[in-house]
Structures are given as structure tokens and as C-alpha cells.
Design a protein around this ligand. Structure first.
Ligand code: CUA
Length: 322
């Protein structure tokens, strides 16, 4: 059978929106291309050399025509701009009930982690109909997380968190690609997204092959292993900021020779940089004595530790972040 799909499958809510605006733009382009070509051909034939047509007093100015050819494109392009912007905002603002999946790109694989503790490589299992936020970073160079069937693509950068979300609408198996040239095996850096029935997904999530608990529990082990608990633990006598309830709260910072502290939100980015560059933004009233963990904790362990700190209580930044 003739099988030549012009579009990847449409398997997320975003896919519908992106295709809608793409087809509208394509329609506008086709309409005006055909209209202009037809008029060129029509006038070329009608006014060809030797044709007996009236060539007296050709009009050289028409205000009405000018208003039309400025006005119509203006309305069309502004319309596309407004709809495109609305879709853009929607693609980058995950809904409040989205569940997070942590993604670390690495030459040349995708490492994915569920908050429930489950780890995957080059595969991601998600339930159908539930929004999923991907919270991503890279261990080395720039990668790009690309799922054509969901119409999502987002760069994954070293030293920074980026995110994107999707809501799968159809169970199935969809291709995952890296869409940013990242070295020799870039073309092989891909995998599959498995969109499952919710019940099947719950079964998969708790199939018991993994024994080290949720991500927060794994984070607690890392917290002890890296001796964080010695100073930040509940029973610690060292003067270090306590971490209970810190996630999402506003912490006072004094930088340089500032007298009045300013406030920063203790989100994922702040906590990550506090672990790697602890002297850069010290909480007011504390000495800059924490050692740096740069080069000692990998990106996936950092995400796991942050998930633990989040589990100690949060002020719900995920809602206010929007
Ligand atoms: Cu990773 Cu290309």
C-alpha cells in the first residue's frame, strides 16, 4: 500500500495546536501564491505584445488598493502572531497537575527518572491523558529532547534546568530523538516513549524490580553519603541553614558588602547552585564555610538530592512559578 506520511502521528494536545497553526499558515501561503501566480499569468496573456487591448491612461496610484494590501496582511500576520504566542505560552507553562520526570542528557544517552524512583535509559513510560513535565539538564554538551509525535522540542543545557511538557492523547510507542548535534554518536542518541493505559502504567511503575525507594528516599541516602546531614541535619550542632520547608521559600541573601539582605526564591536552580557554588549566594547571617561539591556530584544525583530537599516541605513554588 502507498504509505508516505507527510506528518508524524498526532499524539499529544500540543500536536493538535502546533498542526493547527502550521496548516493555517500553509493555507495562507498557498492561497496568496496561487492568487498571485494566476494574476501574473492572466495579465501576461491579456497584455502580451500585439494584443488588442486598451492601454490608455494606466492608473498609477490608488489609495483604496494600497489600504487593502497593507490592511489584509496586517490583520493576517497579527492574527497568526496572537494565536502563535498563545500556543507558545501554553507549550512552556506546564499545568499545575503535571507530574515531573527528570531528564539528564549525556553523550550519548537519555537518562530519565520518575519521582517514584524508577530509572530508565532511552525509554520513557508515561500514562495516557496525564500531563507530564520534563525537567531537564545535561551532563556535558547541549542536547535537544525531541518527540515529533508530541510536537515538542527543547534544548537540554549543561549547568541549567530547562523544561517542557506534554499530554499524550493516544497509547502507543513514539520516537524520541536528540535534535542538537552533540558529537560522534548524536544520530544514535534516541529512544522511545511508551504511552500506556493508566492501569498498565501503575503496574509497570510498581513492578518491584527496584528496591531503593522513591527519588526522595534515594536523595536522603545521597544526603547522608555526601555528609550534608552533618551540618544541615536536624540534630546537627553546626550553624548551617535548616532545609525543612526551604524549597520554594524566599531566603534572605547578603552579597558582597550589602547590609540589607535581598530575597531569592529557593527553587531547583538556587538549590543546585548552592550545592555547587555554595559561596555565591550565602543565606544572611551564615558564614560562607560550606565546601563546593562541583565535580563530585553528577547531575542526576543533584536532581535526586533536590527532590529530597523538596520532600522536606515546600512552599508550593510549582504553582507560583507559572
Ligand atoms: Cu545529544 Cu545530539
Amino acid at each position: 500500500m502507498w504509505n508516505f506520511p507527510l506528518f508524524p502521528e498526532q499524539a499529544s494536545t500540543t500536536a493538535r495546536q502546533v498542526d493547527l497553526i502550521f496548516l493555517v499558515e500553509l493555507g495562507v501561503v498557498v492561497f496568496f501564491s496561487v492568487l498571485i501566480c494566476a494574476l501574473i499569468v492572466f495579465f501576461a496573456i491579456r497584455y502580451r505584445r500585439g494584443a488588442k487591448v486598451n492601454r490608455d491612461n494606466p492608473p498609477i496610484h490608488s489609495t483604496a488598493v494600497e489600504i487593502i494590501w497593507v490592511g489584509i496582511p496586517l490583520v493576517i500576520t497579527l492574527g497568526i502572531f496572537v494565536v502563535g504566542t498563545a500556543i507558545f505560552f501554553d507549550i512552556y507553562a506546564p499545568p499545575g497537575d503535571a507530574s515531573r520526570i527528570y531528564v539528564v542528557g549525556k553523550q550519548w544517552m537519555w537518562k530519565l527518572k520518575h519521582p517514584e524512583g524508577k530509572r530508565e535509559i532511552n525509554e520513557l513510560h508515561v500514562p495516557v491523558g496525564r500531563p507530564v513535565e520534563l525537567w531537564m539538564t545535561s551532563e556535558d554538551v547541549i542536547h535537544s529532547f525531541y518527540v515529533p509525535a508530541f510536537r515538542i522540542k527543547q534544548d537540554v543545557l549543561p549547568g541549567r534546568y530547562t523544561s517542557i511538557w506534554f499530554k499524550p492523547t493516544k497509547p502507543g510507542k513514539y520516537h524520541l530523538f536528540c535534535a542538537e548535534y552533540c558529537g560522534t554518536n548524536h544520530s544514535r542518541m534516541g529512544g522511545w516513549i511508551y504511552v500506556m493505559d493508566p492501569a498498565e502504567y501503575e503496574k509497570w511503575l510498581t513492578d518491584g524490580t527496584q528496591t531503593d525507594g522513591t527519588m526522595a528516599m534515594q536523595g536522603k541516602d545521597l544526603f547522608v553519603k555526601h555528609h550534608c546531614a552533618g551540618c544541615h541535619g536536624v540534630e546537627s550542632t553546626v550553624k548551617a541553614p535548616k532545609l525543612e520547608g526551604v524549597y520554594g521559600s524566599r531566603v534572605p541573601i547578603t552579597e558582597g558588602n550589602e547590609i540589607q539582605p535581598h530575597f531569592v526564591v529557593a527553587d531547583d536552580r538556587y538549590i543546585r547552585s548552592s550545592i555547587l557554588l555554595p559561596k555565591s549566594q550565602v543565606v544572611a547571617g551564615y558564614a560562607p564555610v560550606m565546601p563546593s561539591y562541583q565535580g563530585q556530584i553528577g547531575e542526576d544525583d543533584l536532581l535526586t538530592i533536590i527532590e529530597y530537599i523538596k520532600s522536606l516541605g515546600s512552599k508550593g513554588t510549582r504553582e507560583t512559578r507559572r
